[in-house]
Ligand binder design. Structure first.
Ligand SMILES: *Cc1c(COP(=O)(O)O)cnc(C)c1O
Length: 386
C-alpha cells in the first residue's frame, strides 16, 4: 500500500465545524432551535429557492414530499432504475406504485426518451410524480421532463442529493439545482459521503409556500397549535411523523454550507485531473457522459469500463484496487432488479440500466484528496487493466 486508504467518498470536517457544534451543544436547544431555521434560510438562499425544510435524512425528505403532494394508493410514480433504493421506496411508503424508467447507458441518467417510454407504458394509470435523479451530480433535462410530466397531470420531484452545487443551463438561463424552477420539490441528503455532511440529515426545497407548510407540519407529527388556544393545546388534523433534525446538526450544516463553494471548486479540479490522467494513462476507461446542459459539481466520480473486453471481472478490479488502498463502489444495482420490486411487478426490460450497471465503477472523489491521490488511483487502475 502506498499511502492512506482512499474511500470512494468522505466528509470534510474542519475545526470551525467542530466549534459550531460545540457552541450549539452549550446552547439551550439540542433539537428544534434557532439553527434549524438559520440553516433552512441560508440553504434556500444558496440554491435560489423560496423555501427550505430541514429534515432528519434524505429518505424522510422524499417521504414528506410524497405526503405533501397527497400521493397515495392508486397513484403511480416514475423513477429511474439507476438510483438509490429510497427514490423508488418513497412512493411505496405512501402506497403508490413505482414504474421504473430506463436510463442512458453512458450517463446513467433518465432522459426525455426513456421517460417517454415509461410514461407511455403507464398511460392507463394515475401518474402523479416523476422523480428525476441527478445521478453523480449531472443534471437531468428538467424542462423537457416537466413538460412531459405536466401533460400527464404529474409533477417533478427532484432527487438531488448528488447535485448540490451543480447547475443546469436551460434556454440560456443557468439554474442551480434546487431552485425549483421546474419541480414541486427538490430533495437533498447530508449523509457523510454527500457534498455537505451532518451525519444524518436532509433538506427539501420548493417555491410553493403551501407545500413547504405541509412538509413542515408533517415533519413533526402533523401537530398544530391554533392561535388563541390554551397554552398547552395542540391538535393533529393530519397524521405526521417525527422527521425533525437536531439543532446541533443544523449548526454543523450551516458551518458546512459556508464551505460549499470551496468544496465544489475542489471537486471540479479533481474531476478535471481525473479526466486528463485517465485519457493519458488508461484511455479505454472513460468518465460517465455528461449532458451539454449540465455543469456538474460531481458527487460521484463514476467511470465506465468494458470489463468483458478487458477480460477481467469487476470483482477482480475492485479487489485489486482495494489491495492497493483504493476504495470503490458501484452506483447502482438497478432498483428494478431488487427482489422486492421483482416480486411486486415482475422484471421490467430496461437494457440501458443493465448496460450502465455492467460497466460502472465509482472511484474516490472528495475535497481533501490531493492531486497525488488522483494519480495513485489512475495508475492503480492502469496497472490492473494493463
Ligand atoms: C443518499 C441518497 C438518498 C437518501 O439519503 P439518506 O440521507 O441516506 O436517507 C436518496 N437518494 C439518493 C439518490 C441518494 O444518493
Amino acid at each position: 500500500m502506498s499511502g492512506a486508504f482512499l474511500p470512494y467518498g468522505r466528509q470534510t470536517i474542519e475545526d470551525d465545524d467542530i466549534a459550531a457544534v460545540a457552541q450549539a451543544l452549550r446552547g439551550d436547544y439540542l433539537t428544534t432551535g434557532p439553527a434549524v431555521e438559520a440553516f433552512e434560510t441560508a440553504f434556500a438562499e444558496k440554491v435560489g429557492a423560496r423555501h427550505a425544510v430541514a429534515v432528519s435524512n434524505g429518505t424522510a425528505t422524499l417521504h414528506l414530499a410524497m405526503m405533501a403532494l397527497g400521493i397515495g394508493e392508486g397513484d403511480v410514480c416514475v423513477a429511474p432504475s439507476i438510483t438509490f433504493l429510497a427514490t423508488a421506496n418513497c412512493a411505496r411508503y405512501v402506497g403508490a406504485e413505482v414504474v421504473f424508467a430506463d436510463v442512458d447507458p453512458d450517463s446513467g441518467l433518465m432522459t426525455p426518451d426513456t421517460l417517454a417510454k415509461a410514461l407511455n407504458g403507464a398511460r392507463d394509470k394515475r401518474i402523479r410524480a416523476v422523480l428525476p435523479v441527478h445521478l453523480r451530480g449531472d443534471v437531468c433535462d428538467l424542462p423537457a421532463m416537466k413538460a412531459m410530466a405536466s401533460a400527464s397531470d404529474a409533477v417533478l420531484v427532484e432527487d438531488a442529493p448528488h447535485a448540490l452545487g451543480s447547475t443546469g443551463t436551460f434556454g440560456g438561463v443557468a439554474h442551480p439545482v434546487g431552485d425549483g424552477a421546474y419541480s414541486s420539490f427538490a430533495s437533498f441528503s447530508f449523509h457523510p459521503v454527500k457534498t455537505l455532511a451532518t451525519g444524518e440529515g436532509g433538506m427539501l426545497t420548493t417555491n410553493d409556500a403551501d407545500l413547504a407548510a405541509k412538509a413542515r407540519l408533517l415533519r413533526s407529527h402533523g401537530m398544530v397549535r391554533p392561535a388563541g388556544g390554551d397554552p398547552w393545546w395542540y391538535e393533529m388534523p393530519e397524521l405526521g411523523f417525527n422527521y425533525r433534525i437536531p439543532d446541533v446538526l443544523c449548526a454543523l450544516g450551516l458551518s458546512q454550507l459556508n464551505k460549499l463553494d470551496r468544496f465544489v471548486a475542489r471537486r471540479r479540479q479533481l474531476t478535471a485531473l481525473y479526466a486528463k490522467l485517465l485519457a493519458e494513462r488508461t484511455p479505454r476507461v472513460r468518465l460517465a457522459a455528461s449532458p451539454a446542459h449540465s455543469d456538474p459539481a460531481l458527487h460521484l466520480l463514476t467511470v465506465l469500463i468494458d470489463f468483458e473486453a478487458e477480460g477481467l471481472s469487476r470483482r477482480t478490479v475492485v479487489e485489486s484496487l482495494k489491495a492497493q488502498g483504493i476504495g470503490t463502489q458501484v452506483h447502482y444495482i438497478p432498483v428494478h432488479r431488487q427482489p422486492y420490486y421483482v416480486k411486486r411487478q415482475g422484471l421490467a426490460d430496461l437494457p440501458g440500466a443493465d448496460a450502465w450497471y455492467a460497466r460502472c465503477l465509482t472511484l474516490p472523489l472528495y475535497p481533501t484528496m490531493t492531486d497525488g491521490d488522483v494519480a495513485r488511483v489512475v495508475d492503480g487502475l492502469a496497472g490492473i487493466l494493463g
